[in-house]
Design a protein around this ligand. Sequence first.
Ligand SMILES: [Zn+2]
Length: 545
Amino acid sequence: MKIKFLGAALSVTGSCHLVTTDHYKFLLDCGLFQGSEALEELNDQAFDFNPAEIDFMILSHAHVDHCGRIPLLVKQGFKGKIYCTGATAEIADIMLQDSGNIHEMDAKWINKRTTRSGQRQIDPLYTQEDAARCAQYFFPVAYGQIFEINSQIKIRLNEAGHILGAAIVEIWAQDDGKTTKLVYSGDIGAANQRMLNDPTLIAAADYLIMETTYGDRVHENQQESAKRFMDIIFKTVARGGTVVAPAFALGRTQDLIHVLEVFYDNHELYQNQLDKVKVYVDSPLATDATEIFRKNAHYFNDYIKERIKKGDELFYFRNLNFTKSIEQSKALNDNTSPKVIISSSGMADAGRVQHHLKHYLWKPKSSIVFAGYQAEGTTGRAITSGEKYVRILRERIRVNAEIYFLEGFSAHADKNDLLKWLAGFKEKPKKIFLVHGEEEAKKSFAITAKNILGLDCTVVEDVSEYSLGDEVVMVEGIKNRIDTKNQINKLKDNLGDIHDELDDLLAIPGIGITDAFPDEKLDDIAALTRDLEDTCQKLKTIIKK
Ligand SMILES: [Zn+2]
């Protein structure tokens, strides 16, 4: 058996692993690369395999970084089944169609620009129609059932506790005359979540592919994050400000709604005060996903099932509004009353939340609450890292709002949860491959797993292929130069920001007079110059490697 890591190898996005046995070739996930421009360009590159030769695929869950390249696979000849849970199939359909729509809009915008400058037109990566065509390939498999894909391969999907329908995948494959058991963790959920059961402990594996998004971090506790969320809302509303929460349409939005609904239920006495705080969910995709969540209540934990039994309407409270049309969305920014806007995308790089950030980020009375992972190169990462200026919808915006990052809402296990899950193996895997994490997270978790559990982990650092025999051997390693490109793009951004700062300085009336010269402007420019030096330094180190 061989495994080739083709995505989520270098970073956390683009999950895609190719498994080859004596007779079959199959994929574990086929997700979109997201984040920096250099990463996203990888979506345009040809697959490292012929999609028509892939027998089937197993999809761990419906986040776009795990399923977002399925329409490309299908367009290029894949005809196999895609095994996943029923909820994943249902959600992936709307996620992919939304993604197709975004690619169409992006291409339209680029083509409008390139037409004016006489450049070549581009095609969207895939269209909404391409995405809709994929629904026929999904094949639902229930949690906990051992399912025979063919005479040689069996699988079992287990609750991952990450998002509705997410699975940890067990695979038994006949290869070279014997059965090999491979486990693919997909994304592992945090323990003690509000709505989902804890990730299933797996008893045994020969080989394990494991995510390490937060392999080097311990989250704040969930209750603490929920309490802070409410405190931020009341503090912001009291000073007449608006709270903007960029949230993933799938999972995080429903989590935030749930925290609010529980709070509203339990604080009837404050109803007058609460009535003043309107909450808007401004994402058509999140609204559709919430509907699917309501329909699939049997996937939730006992606590939620109990609430439903008692007559609780899931994801509902009096002040909650789901905005639909673009006009309603725009009206939120004309409405000056304090409020909460939950909108996607979660990393603030696309979708309606960009308009809200453009409107509220520069206002000191506002609060911006991030409640999920912010990948390198995204606007969300820049804001949560303390950047003073960010580019949103091609405009440079000053960050004056209060910025919060509530890690306790994360749908990902932290370092301790990951260790706890790994310790659950009664028969230890012969080899553990760490994927889906930034370099430091993977390396740090490998050390922790060795020190605490005595387990050897291989940090997957790049596109690479391993043969899994008595010995695990790397049979193919490809040097990916993406980091270099990343840093060069960063340099360009840095230079652009310095250029803008200098233009701003020149525009100040009376700039030639000493006392008209604003000192703090020089501090900003000095900080940007330090960033520039850092980036140059990083680039040098990468090139030396
Ligand atoms: Zn995920």
